[in-house]
Design a protein. Structure first.
Length: 448
């Protein structure tokens, strides 16, 4: 595969290293001659010194013939413009990395069409998802978000006998707007039909809106009195992402410590009823003692200052906080976090790079998530046939489920009687052997 990478920072370097080792032809664009030389000397890649927003530089990097262009600089506007130009120049697939996704809110599909990206990844959102997974602890084992975060795919383990294990799925009552799209039992992975039954110990993949999935998790919870006390240092983008995903979550109480007064007030105004915002410095031991931070189940440091994050986590640990988690910006600091005994260090840039690698290794250019190490894929497709057709009349292959339909930025979790029409965006869960058939299906209208 011919791959062009715009940006040679931590994400770009990590990607270039792994992709070149996988045998792909990789070209990297970066304006910094020192970075370019370092990459050229250490990796088997071609490096172009120049501005990734200039057509002449992108042309020199072979973007017009690229199977994939990845824009991963630290500048959102550079990444956006690189996507626009790459689409016009003929790159087959384009991945956009953004720091700030707030500008896309409510206009995700407008921006997708205007900028020409196939997949958009946010380092902050990926870090927030990772943190939410840590907070949930015994709940969802993995979460993927689609349609601007309004649709989620969660992996859950059935810890006990419950309503889902009571008989064939056709007779099981699920929360409205939730679909069970796959299950795994030991070595068996399958997309279930109505006649299939689930068992204790199975892993399941459920798709739906976040509040409906929260209801499902509450039904499956091993302990209905489950409680989590969370303290977050820093009220930046990662913190806001965590609060959005945990707003109103049953059993979760959150304290945020933010030392900038204006930001603290703004955060308090948008926070949910389960969130308390404190104006203070989380590296102040007296404040941590006064707020009884040692009783927290999870202490999370999310500022951009690695040193402050380390100090705060050490203080929280000394006060007996159950678990400490820190965002790490400098790759060289990851080993230091281990030495200091911080339980988990999260690098947003490495999370982003690893997500991109999953897309590269997927079997379809429409893939937006890879499930169970490639056993299934989630696709985002645009309906291209004319007219309107009910999903049950399309003749979809076994092992394929339409998990969501987006029309005019309105999301619906469909049933077989739901229709799709030209221009709809759909989220499809399918087995790898169906990829080509599914793509053709939503171009032609199937058997309708």
């Amino acid at each position: 595969m011919n791959i062009a990478i715009v940006g040679s920072g931590e994400v770009g370097f990590h990607l270039a290293k792994i992709l070149s080792q996988d045998g792909h032809a990789v070209t990297v664009v970066d304006p910094d001659p020192a970075k370019a030389q370092s990459m050229q000397e250490s990796l088997d890649v071609q490096v172009i010194v120049g501005d990734g927003t200039r057509a002449s530089i992108l042309n020199e990097a072979g973007v017009s013939k690229a199977d994939l262009m990845v824009a991963v600089t630290d500048n959102d506007r550079v990444n956006m413009l690189a996507c626009v130009l790459s689409k016009k120049m003929g790159a087959k697939r384009r991945i956009l990395r953004l720091h700030d996704t707030a500008q896309l809110e409510g206009y995700h599909y407008f921006y997708k069409n205007a900028l020409g990206f196939d997949v958009m990844l946010s380092t902050q959102e990926l870090a927030a998802e990772e943190i939410v997974g840590i907070v949930r602890d015994r709940h969802a084992l993995a979460v993927d978000s689609f349609a601007g975060g309004r649709v989620q795919l969660r992996r859950l383990r059935l810890e006990k006998e419950c309503g889902l294990t009571s008989g064939p799925l056709s007779g099981v009552k699920l929360p409205s707007g939730v679909l069970i799209v796959a299950f795994q039992r030991k070595d068996r992975f399958a997309v279930p039909g109505g006649e299939d039954s689930l068992e204790k110990g199975d892993h399941i993949w459920a798709i739906g809106r976040a509040p409906d999935l929260d209801t499902l998790e509450a039904q499956l919870a091993k302990n209905t009195s489950w409680q989590r006390s969370v303290v977050i240092m820093g009220g930046g983008a990662v913190c806001r992402g965590v609060l959005q995903k945990l707003r109103g979550a049953p059993g979760v109480s959150i304290k945020v410590i933010e030392k900038e007064s204006n930001r603290a007030r703004a955060l308090a105004a948008m926070a949910g009823s389960n969130v308390m915002v404190l104006d203070g410095d989380a590296t102040d031991l007296a404040l941590l003692q006064e707020e009884r931070i040692g009783e927290a189940n999870v202490f999370i440091a999310t500022t951009r200052d690695d040193e402050d994050n380390m100090v705060a986590c050490q203080l929280a640990r000394s006060l007996d906080a159950e678990r400490t988690v820190a965002i790490v910006s400098k790759a060289s600091y990851r080993s230091i976090y281990d030495i200091l005994g911080i339980d988990q260090a999260i690098s947003p840039r490495i999370l982003c790079a690893n997500s991109i690698l999953r897309f590269v290794r997927s079997g379809s250019p429409a893939a937006i998530a890879v499930v169970a190490e490639g056993k299934a894929e989630v696709l985002e497709l645009t309906v291209r046939f004319s007219g309107s057709v009910k999903l049950k009349d399309l003749g979809m292959p076994s092992g394929t489920v339409v998990g969501a339909r987006v029309r005019n930025d309105t999301v619906k979790i469909p049933t077989g009687n739901s229709s799709v029409r030209t221009g709809d965006s759909i989220i499809v869960f399918t087995l790898p052997e169906n990829l080509e058939t599914v793509d053709k299906l939503f171009a032609s209208g199937g058997g309708a």
